[in-house]
Design a protein around this ligand. Structure first.
Ligand SMILES: Cc1ncc(COP(=O)(O)O)c(C=O)c1O
Length: 378
C-alpha cells in the first residue's frame, strides 16, 4: 500500500499486543476471554489467540461468526445480557456456544425455551450489578441484577438443572482497584448464600488503558491484588474464574496516523476524526500524540496547543482535548494518535465518505508513512 494515497491509516504493533496479552494471562489465575467488541480485526484476534487466549467474549451472532471464521478452534462466550432468540439459537446450534449470560427472568426464560434442557456443557451466568462508581464508562446502569435478584435467578437456573455461574463488570476503564475488590466481596456473599453454589465467577473486563488525562494504574498490579483476594476466599476456591478484558489488552498496540489536510490558525483539520477512528478521543480520553514529516518525528521544542478537527462538515467532529504539537505543523504533515487499539476500529464509520480502511502492521515504534506490511481492514 502507498500510504501517500490515503489521509489516515492504522498501524498495529502485533508484537506489543502479544506481549501485553501474555503478561495479562500470566497474572490472572483463571481463564482470560478477549472481548471482541474492543477491536475485532482478524489480525488482533489471531494475535491474542497465539498469545494464549483461547476464549472470546462475544456480544452478538456476528461476533461469534467472526471468531469461528477467523480461528475455528477457538470458543466463544455469549456475555451480552440483551440478545435475540435467533442469536441464542444459531450460536448454540451452528457455532458451539455453550456459555450465556442473563440478568433478568425474561432473558432466562428465553434461554430455557430456546436451548435444549440437557446439555452437560451448557452454563448460564447471572450478571449482577456491582454498584461500581469509578469507571470512566459505566455499564451497571444498563446491565446487571441486584445481588438479591441474582440469588433468586441462580435458584431459578438451578431449578432447571442447568449449571449456574456468576458475573459482573465494573465498567470500562476502571481506574482503581477498589470496585473489583468490592464486587468480588459481593460475589463471595452471593456464592455463600446459595446452595449449590455457582460453578464459575467471571469478573468481566474494565481494566484500564493508558491515556494522558487519566492517572494510570497497571492492570497487572490490579490483577495481583485481585488474585490475593480470590486465593484467600473459601467460597471461590473450587470454582472456575474468568475475566473478559478488551481495552487493557489491545489499547496500546495501535496508532492512527492522520495527515493534516488543512491548518486554520490554531486549528488542525485531520484525515480522520471522531467518526473515522478517533471516537475514544471525542470526550473521555486524551491520546498520546506525536507529529511527523517525511517519515520522521518532528523534533522541536517550539510547540503550541492545537484544536483538532476531523475532516467531516460536522462541528461535533472535534477532539475533546487540545494537543500540544510542533508550532510549524502544516498541511501534509502527519499526526500519530497512539493508544487507539480499543473502541476505535469497531466504532468507525464512513460518515461524509471518510473511512479508514488501511492497516499497516509494524514491528517496532516507528513513525512512518511507507514501511510495514499493509492490508485492508474494511
Ligand atoms: C460484557 C462485556 N465484557 C467485556 C467488556 C470489555 O470491557 P473492557 O474493554 O473495558 O475491558 C465489555 C465492554 O463493554 C462488556 O460489555
Amino acid at each position: 500500500m502507498e500510504t501517500a494515497e490515503v489521509d489516515a491509516f492504522y498501524a498495529l504493533n502485533e508484537a506489543r499486543l502479544a506481549s501485553v496479552t501474555r503478561e495479562f494471562t500470566e497474572h490472572f489465575l483463571g481463564r482470560v476471554l478477549y472481548a471482541v467488541k474492543a477491536n475485532s480485526l482478524p489480525q488482533v484476534l489471531r494475535a491474542v489467540f497465539r498469545a494464549g487466549v483461547g476464549g472470546f467474549d462475544v456480544a452478538s451472532l456476528a461476533e461469534a461468526r467472526l471468531v469461528r471464521s477467523t480461528i475455528p478452534q477457538a470458543r466463544s462466550w455469549f456475555m451480552n445480557p440483551a440478545k435475540s432468540r435467533r442469536d441464542v439459537e444459531w450460536t448454540f446450534r451452528d457455532l458451539g456456544v455453550r456459555n450465556y449470560v442473563i440478568d433478568c427472568e425474561a432473558d432466562l426464560q428465553k434461554l430455557l425455551e430456546v436451548l435444549p434442557s440437557h446439555d452437560p456443557e451448557l452454563r448460564i451466568y447471572v450478571r449482577f450489578n456491582c454498584g461500581a462508581t469509578s469507571a470512566v464508562l459505566d455499564l451497571d446502569s444498563k446491565c446487571g441484577a441486584s445481588p438479591a435478584e441474582a440469588r433468586h435467578l441462580l435458584g431459578l437456573v438451578h431449578a432447571q438443572s442447568r449449571w449456574t455461574s456468576l458475573s459482573f463488570h465494573t465498567g470500562s476503564q476502571t481506574i482503581v482497584i477498589e470496585p473489583y475488590l468490592h464486587a468480588i466481596r459481593a460475589a463471595i456473599g452471593i456464592v455463600e448464600g446459595v446452595s449449590p453454589g455457582p460453578t464459575a465467577l467471571d469478573i468481566g473486563g474494565g481494566f484500564p488503558g493508558h491515556y494522558l488525562n487519566i492517572p494510570y494504574h497497571s492492570p497487572l498490579s490490579m490483577l495481583s491484588n485481585i488474585t490475593k483476594l480470590m486465593r484467600g476466599s473459601e467460597a471461590l476456591k473450587s470454582i472456575e474464574l474468568l475475566c473478559e478484558p478488551g481495552r487493557a489488552l489491545v489499547s496500546d498496540s495501535m496508532s492512527l496516523f492522520c495527515r493534516v489536510i488543512l491548518r486554520k490558525g490554531g486549528a488542525l483539520y485531520c484525515g480522520a476524526g471522531i467518526y473515522s477512528g478517533l471516537t475514544p478521543a471525542r470526550q473521555y480520553f486524551q491520546l498520546p500524540a506525536r507529529a511527523g514529516r517525511g517519515g520522521r518525528p518532528i523534533e522541536t521544542e517550539e510547540r503550541q496547543d492545537f484544536i483538532i478537527f476531523g475532516p467531516t462538515c460536522d462541528s461535533m467532529d472535534r477532539l475533546g482535548f487540545s494537543y500540544s504539537l510542533p508550532r510549524d505543523l502544516s498541511e501534509g504533515d502527519w499526526i500519530e494518535f497512539q493508544h487507539v487499539g480499543a473502541y476505535s476500529e469497531t466504532l468507525r464509520c464512513s460518515f461524509n465518505g471518510f473511512s479508514v480502511d488501511k492497516i499497516v502492521t509494524v514491528e517496532e515504534d516507528e513513525l512512518t508513512e511507507s514501511r510495514g506490511h499493509s492490508s485492508d481492514c474494511s
